[in-house]
Design a protein around this ligand. Sequence first.
Ligand code: ZN
Ligand code: ZN
Ligand code: ZN
Length: 338
Amino acid sequence: MDELRLDPFTRRWVVTGKRPVMPDAHNEGGACPFCPGNERQTPPAIRESRDASGAWTARVFHDRAPLFHVEGEANRRAEGMFDRMNSIGAHEIVVETPRHGATLAQLREEQISHVLELFRDRIIDLKQDRRLRYVSIFKNQFAPGSSYRGHAHSQVLGSPVLPQLLEVELRWSREHFQKHDRCIYCDALQQELSQEERLVDQNSEFVAFCPFGSPWSYELWIVPVHHASSFENDMGAPERRKALAPFLKTCLRRVEMISPCFHLVIHTEPNLQAWKPDENWWKSVPDDYHWHIEIQPDVEGRRSFLGTEGFHFNPIPAEQAALILRALEPDDLAPSQS
Ligand SMILES: [Zn+2]
Ligand SMILES: [Zn+2]
Ligand SMILES: [Zn+2]
């Protein structure tokens, strides 16, 4: 049985153990299981959105080789100074369109809005499970190809522990709030809006900028203008999803002109209803955290660590990356597909 182990030196959780092999993992040229007609190759849908004719336009199902399993208890246990627990949780796939080869950026705004609604739905649904402390939504976009990797999709991970990077962000945002009585992301937004040199796009609801200390070349963040710690609560109103969809689309189209491959992740607040080690566990999160989307283009040869100690080498400063991303004309790209 695979399990979660805590590396006590870095406080980083690792899923340890064997992951089942997906039936088509070595069959790159085979039929894509995410395409319409091949639904039987995937587990049954947990959620679907459908068009007027009844055909699905986006669907969610359990991953066929999940990293986390729904059944059982976390069963946290110590072994001397070490900690381990069962890898309970959820691992789901969101197929974002029936059209093979169309990227999220190429979908119609209305379809992107449906995908955002599914993201929100999955976070809210999984956060009902008090065993789960965090729900990650992320996407690894690969270059279009015949395998499922070329079919627009995202992954959902509901985990009984906080991912290390989230914990780091939450800690430093709390520290900033305790010192200044202000949200660190709201402060950063004000500075980016006044300096302008790292801005890529903005409207009255969202701002996109290249973060000052970007570890990845052309890294782009989308941050809501008004303070909100929870993506899923903020995206509750259809107007908010309708506002984010075209903004996200334009940002992704710019990024795709730099690289067709990228990593996208939504950072939102942890599950505040989850089992807590103490009464004050991340109590101030609604004040001091601010949800955002991080997009990290996979620019060949540029996405490199300096060794394995966490130093990054980014040859393109954020100001230069923003200048290049701003100058791109996303409207020149191929028209939207359903
Ligand atoms: Zn496909
Ligand atoms: Zn804020
Ligand atoms: Zn973040």
